[in-house]
Every structure is written in structure tokens, then in C-alpha cells.
Design a protein around this ligand. Structure first.
Ligand code: AMP
Length: 478
């Protein structure tokens, strides 16, 4: 009886909110605080995205929310605005620990969320303190960061677990103070090996704490987290993202592919960029770190300035590169998606110890991820220099463009070996131009003649840089 009633209430509530999502409601009508609305306007944001329209009223009502929100949908503000509004109501209260935790899988995301929160707080002129933790911090740094204590803590689960382990945060204080717990990119948290870290603090989360789970996909991992974290019986899974392709790849992203021999990928990338066949800014994905450096050096010789971003770079450099790219200081960023590389497969399975050993073995930062969550600002074109190895990988990469209300394009360079993945992508998104906008089609603007006109110079430069020809290069590749 009780279950049926709850189900009915849920159904009705869902219907109500689905109707609301299709309305053109303003932030004001959603109940957002006037200070936050003014802050958003200063950022050029004047109307809510669909996920914001659905999630904000629910969160403001104090409900636990599981939001399946695709990357670039505006999900960060969907949880930050109501979280801040809740804190605005009680700025001066005494507390023993932060009132809100935002937990994310990577340090880049920590930094990104931190920047967004601090900027909103500054624009609203409200006295709230935010701390950001990272796993390089010693116990004394963690203690200093948590002195006060701050109102909002942004961290990876591992750093939070470290704080508890080192006695920097007291379980009883968390239990007495925590009001909002947000897990962003929740579907990644377990696959990044944070399960034990999460389990170390969940017993201290008070039952009254509002829990929000933001996730691009629904998976068994998300179900596991729901069971682990959510206390409140009203768990609303928002209908923003379905399983169908129209929901996961924005309609405003045009998808193209180019058939390209594996040993000609540098040449084809050069042709696409040099002939200005794509709109800037451009994010190029490789599966291999060495190749990303080669591509950078190669493009540089043709006057195309780019930067590389990968898990081998020190954290400070990565943050700096991201900031500069987002600020528009350069137009081409070559990111290595290690989740798609062979190195990843060779790495041991997740878990605290294994993360450490992988880091040692590959010198990669396990708290780094380029494909999910990071907000690369104003990327118009995504180029898959290497195809991702799965449709899911493809979808996440394409999600780096066409964010919020902007449009974008993607070009995948596909070698014979990668045709199978392309077929899978085609089966998922479709390849018939007449069927609608959300399909992948052959790139019509690059002719063979145009490519060949660049080949000689490309070969000379490549030989000069790397001392062997493009053909030899393929032989040397693993
Ligand atoms: P997110 O999905 O949270 O990573 O947000 C992606 C991008 O959308 C960020 O650059 C936000 O600044 C931007 N954004 C968030 N909300 C809106 C909105 N309502 N209108 C336009 N852009 C937005």
C-alpha cells in the first residue's frame, strides 16, 4: 500500500516536472534568488537550460535528486544555484564542518567547480567560504584549508577520505553539520576507484542531509551509489537524458567522418586545420600521449600553435593550459584520452592500491580525465585524431562541443582498423543525412587534391622532426 502510494506520488511529481521542463520558465519563476539571477546575467546567462528548469525547483524543495544530465547541459549550475541559495539563508551560523560537500572524480573538475562557485559568490557579494582539496596536500595544508571551517568543500572522494583518516575532519562534525552532499559525474566515481573512499564517509552523512547525484549515464555504478548515499525516499530520476541518441548527442552538433590511412593522420589533420575547413576553437583527441606531442610539433612547423593536455603533465601545468585555452589564448588543444588507450588496459584494476601502482608504472595521474566533465569553453570543433574505442567514448568526446545553447561540429579521422568503431557509431547515431540532424556523414569539404597538395611539405617536415617518413612511422607504432 505504502509503496503504491509513493509510486503514484512519484509519477505525478515526475509528470508535473516534465511539463515544467518543457515550459519556458525563467530563473525567477523557478524561485532562484535575485542575487544569483543578477550574477548569471553578468555571465551572459539569461534563461535556464532544460535540466536547470527541472532540477532547480526540486532541489529548492529539499528533495534528493538523481539527475541524468548530459555533459554541457548546464548541470553544474543546476545544483550550484540551489545549493548556494540554501547557504545564503544562513550565512552567519556557527558550524563545526562544511555545510556542503561537492565531490567530483578529477582534480580538473574540482578546480572547475571551485572557479564557478567562487565567481558566483563574488558576484552575489555574499560572505561564503569555499575550500578546494587535492591529493597532493599534506595533512597540515588540509587542516589549514578546513580551518574556519569553510561553508563549501570541493574535493575528490579520496581527499575527503584522507581528511577523515588524518583526523582533519571529525565524523561527528560532519554528522552535526552536513546539509548538502553532491556527487557530480557520479557514474565515474566508482570506476575511478573511489568506492572505499566513499564508503569511509557515508556512515557519517546525517539522514537529514540532502543528497544530489549528477550523472551523464545511468549504470549499475550509479544504482550502487544511490543505495549507498541516498537516505530520503523521494528519489527523482529526471527524464532529461534517455537512452536514445537524440538525448545524448546534442542536435546542434554536426558529425562528420573522413576515411584516412593510419599513416596519413598527421597530414589529414594538417589539411583540415591549414585549409581552415573547421571553425575554432578546436579540441583534438588522441589515444596516445606520444602522438599528441608529435602532432603539436608537426603543426607548429606549419604555424599552427597548439598545446597538449594529458595525465603525465603536472597538475599545475594542466590547470594553466585549461585556463589559457578557456580564456582564448590559443585555439587548438590536443588532449589525450587515456581511457581509450592501450595503456589504460594494461593498468591494474581500480582500488586505492592499484591507483598508486598505476601512477608509478605509467606516471599518469589517476585523478585526471579529459573526456568527462571538464568544461572546455567555446569549443566549436572536436577532432578525433584517433577514434575512441567505444560508442560511449565517442559520445563523451562529442559532448565537449555544442554545450548549453551553442552549436558545434565533430570530425573523426577513421583508418581501416577503426572502421568497426565507426560502424558502431553509425549504428548508434545513424548515417543517413535525410533522416535528421543527428547523424554522422562523410566530410564533404576535404578533397584528395587538397590533401596531396600538402603531402610533400608534410613529409619533409615530418622527416626533419622525427627522422623517418610517414610510412616508416606506422611501422614503428605499436
Ligand atoms: P555544464 O553542463 O555544467 O558543464 O555547463 C556547460 C556550460 O554551459 C558552462 O560553460 C556553463 O557556463 C554554461 N551554462 C550553464 N547554464 C547555462 C544557461 N542557462 N545558459 C547558457 N549557458 C549555460
Amino acid at each position: 500500500m505504502a509503496a503504491t502510494t509513493t509510486e503514484n506520488i512519484l509519477k505525478e511529481t515526475m509528470q508535473r516536472y516534465e511539463e515544467d521542463a518543457s515550459d519556458d520558465k525563467s530563473f525567477e519563476e523557478l524561485g532562484v534568488d535575485a542575487r544569483l539571477i543578477r550574477a548569471l546575467l553578468k555571465k551572459g546567462i539569461d534563461k535556464p537550460t532544460p535540466i536547470q528548469r527541472v532540477a532547480i525547483p526540486l532541489i529548492l524543495e529539499g528533495k534528493d535528486v538523481v539527475a541524468r544530465a548530459k555533459t554541457g547541459s548546464g548541470k553544474t549550475f543546476a545544483y550550484l544555484l540551489p545549493m548556494l541559495q540554501k547557504l545564503f539563508a544562513n550565512v552567519d551560523r556557527k558550524k563545526q564542518a562544511p555545510n556542503a560537500f561537492v565531490l567530483v572524480p578529477t582534480r580538473e573538475l574540482c578546480q572547475q567547480v571551485y572557479i564557478e562557485v567562487v565567481s558566483l559568490i563574488e558576484l552575489c557579494r555574499v560572505q561564503l567560504k569555499v575550500a578546494q582539496l587535492n591529493s597532493n596536500m599534506q595533512a597540515s595544508d588540509l587542516r589549514a584549508a578546513l580551518t574556519g571551517p569553510p561553508d563549501i568543500l570541493i574535493s575528490t572522494p579520496a581527499c575527503l577520505a584522507k581528511c577523515l583518516f588524518d583526523g582533519v575532519l571529525q565524523p561527528a562534525s560532519i554528522n552535526a553539520t552536513l546539509e548538502t552532499l553532491i556527487l557530480d559525474e557520479a557514474d565515474l566515481l566508482l570506476s575511478y576507484g573511489y568506492e572505499n573512499d566513499i564508503k569511509s564517509f557515508t556512515p557519517h552523512v546525517p539522514r537529514s542531509c540532502q543528497c544530489l547525484l549528477m550523472s551523464a549515464t545511468s549504470s549499475t555504478d550509479v544504482d550502487k551509489l544511490k543505495k549507498l548515499i541516498l537516505h530520503n525516499p523521494f528519489i527523482l530520476t529526471l527524464p532529461e537524458v534517455g537512452n536514445n541518441k537524440d538525448d545524448v548527442i546534442p542536435k546542434n552538433v554536426q558529425q562528420f567522418w573522413i576515411s584516412c590511412p593510419a599513416n596519413d593522420k598527421l597530414l589529414y589533420t594538417l589539411a583540415v586545420l591549414k585549409l581552415e575547413l573547421v571553425q575554432k576553437k578546436v579540441l583534438i583527441f588522441t589515444n596516445d600521449i606520444d602522438m599528441s606531442f608529435r602532432l603539436k610539433l608537426f603543426l607548429e612547423k606549419f604555424g599552427i600553435k597548439s598545446a597538449v593536455l594529458n595525465a603525465e603533465l603536472p597538475q599545475n601545468s594542466r590547470l594553466h593550459i585549461l585556463e589559457e585555452f578557456n580564456a582564448g589564448l590559443f585555439d587548438y588543444l590536443i588532449a589525450t584520452d587515456v581511457s581509450q588507450s592501450k595503456e589504460k588496459d594494461e593498468a591494474p584494476k581500480e582500488g586505492k592500491g592499484s591507483r598508486k601502482s598505476r601512477k608509478h608504472k605509467l606516471k599518469l595521474d589517476s585523478e585526471f580525465g579529459v573526456v568527462r566533465g571538464i568544461d572546455f569553453k567555446n569549443v566549436f570543433t572536436v577532432i578525433n585524431f584517433d577514434m575512441p574505442r567505444s560508442v560511449a567514448g565517442y559520445v563523451h568526446r562529442i559532448g565537449r562541443t555544442g554545450r548549453a545553447y551553442s552549436s558545434g561540429a565533430s570530425i573523426s579521422l577513421v583508418s581501416t582498423d577503426e572502421m568497426e568503431t565507426l560502424e558502431e557509431v553509425k549504428a548508434f547515431v545513424g548515417d543517413d543525412e535525410n533522416k535528421g540532424s543527428n547523424t554522422i556523414v562523410e566530410f564533404p569539404f576535404l578533397t584528395k587534391n587538397a590533401v596531396e597538395s600538402l603531402r610533400y611539405r608534410a613529409e619533409v617536415i615530418y622527416h626533419f622532426l622525427f627522422s623517418f617518413t610517414l610510412e616508416e612511422k606506422t611501422c614503428k607504432q605499436p
